[in-house]
Design a protein around this ligand. Structure first.
Ligand code: NAI
Ligand code: 13P
Length: 338
């Protein structure tokens, strides 16, 4: 059955997901904060800043008004940067109350909140009390917006401890090029999503420094080991990390030029200063702030995350990358399995 859906965030991923939901027959309003982009979507059915070649469904409406976007919706999909989610939730709560709606919440963002180190479903749970919403479902997996916009075959995960809610989200998004699996392990799915961005910065940096395939395979494999270690310590199912939102997303993000995290790492490896890389990207590079959150979390919990620590010191302490790589390679010998 067609649903009324608000998509919050008219960047790369929000635009593509809003368009996909429109293709699937839902009535979608895309909220954006940039007046030029919103006007372009409504008048020309394009969003060229983020997706230069993408032609949008003419029935997809964009708006600058949260009140209009949320008007009597069944579902709210958050697709804005991690560190903007809490404020957005605070902004929409009074609108939800005023309208007397009780929507399902979905988020498709990937990161851990700076300062609190929280997962985004935790942030939403804190900010929007259960009486004003239905379930919170996480949508995550290997899915570059650019590829989905071209209808490349894509499989991702809808995670919620309530399987019925996960199945409802599965039905909203599924079509002949976009396949959605359900998973009850919200912790594992969100941890995998957030932490793969950290490892992707490293994969890009190795490429920028001229290292080869062995180095990248080692980074991804040992990266997955430390992602799983942290995730399991917080209650994740270890099997989730060999699924779409774990190794699946790690592969796509560590190997694709479409990844902003990979591209940022690549430029760092080539010697560009971090601030310049971020300024020139024009899109969110989630791995940078999540590296800090994950580093602090691992320190607090006493969990060994050597790759995350190395990337943290390169990003935040201006540690020279080649020195950092030598140090991580020369640590004492270890057992492969924990
Ligand atoms: N681009 C992709 O292929 C995918 C992205 N994601 C995740 O989706 C989330 C959004 O990513 P993208 O759409 O790619 O980012 P983007 O940089 O392309 O777009 C971000 C959007 O959020 C808006 N925004 C930025 N700061 C904001 C704030 N403080 N308050 C409200 N809105 C704000 C921007 O105006 C823009 O419309 C990220 O967490 C990312 O990891 C997940 C899967 C795929
Ligand atoms: O999460 C993504 C693909 O699944 C997008 O990764 P980037 O944010 O690095 O572009």
């Amino acid at each position: 059955m067609a649903k009324k859906i608000a998509v919050l965030g008219a960047g790369s991923w929000g635009t593509v997901l809003a368009n996909l939901l429109t293709e699937n027959g839902h009535q979608v309003t895309l909220w954006g904060r940039n007046a030029e982009h919103v006007a372009e979507i409504n008048q020309h059915h394009t969003n060229r800043h983020y997706l230069p070649k993408f032609k949008l469904e003419p029935t997809l409406i964009a708006t600058l008004s949260l009140e209009q976007a949320l008007d009597q919706v069944d579902v709210i999909l958050f697709v804005i940067p991690t560190n903007a989610i809490r404020k957005m939730a605070q902004q929409i709560l009074p609108i939800i109350k005023r309208q007397g709606i009780r929507p399902m919440l979905i988020h498709a963002s990937k990161g851990l909140e700076l300062g609190t180190h929280k997962r985004l479903s935790q942030v939403l749970t804190e900010e929007i009390p259960a009486e004003f919403r239905r379930e919170i479902v996480v949508l995550s997996g290997p899915s570059h917006a650019e590829n989905v916009s071209e209808h490349d075959l894509t499989s991702i995960t809808a995670a919620c401890s309530n399987l019925t809610a996960a199945q409802q989200v599965q039905q909203l998004f599924m079509n002949d090029y976009f396949r959605v699996y359900t998973n009850a392990d919200v912790i594992g799915v969100e941890m995998g999503a957030a932490l793969k961005n950290v490892i992707a910065l490293g994969a890009g940096a190795l490429h920028g420094l001229g290292y080869g395939d062995n180095a990248k395979a080692a980074l991804m494999t040992r990266g997955l080991a430390e992602i799983s270690r942290l995730g399991v310590a917080f209650g994740a199912n270890p099997l989730t990390f060999i699924g779409l939102s774990g190794v699946g997303d790690l592969i796509v993000t560590c190997t694709s030029v479409n990844s902003r995290n990979w591209r940022a790492g690549n430029q760092l490896g080539q010697g560009k200063p971090l601030q310049q890389v971020l300024d020139e990207m024009g899109m969110v590079v989630e791995g940078v702030s999540t590296t800090r959150a994950a580093y602090e979390l691992a320190q607090q919990q006493g969990i060994e995350m050597p790759i995350t620590n190395t990337i943290y010191h390169v990003l935040y302490d201006e540690k020279e990358i080649r020195t950092a790589i030598t140090e991580i390679m020369q640590r004492e010998g270890k057992q492969e399995l924990d």
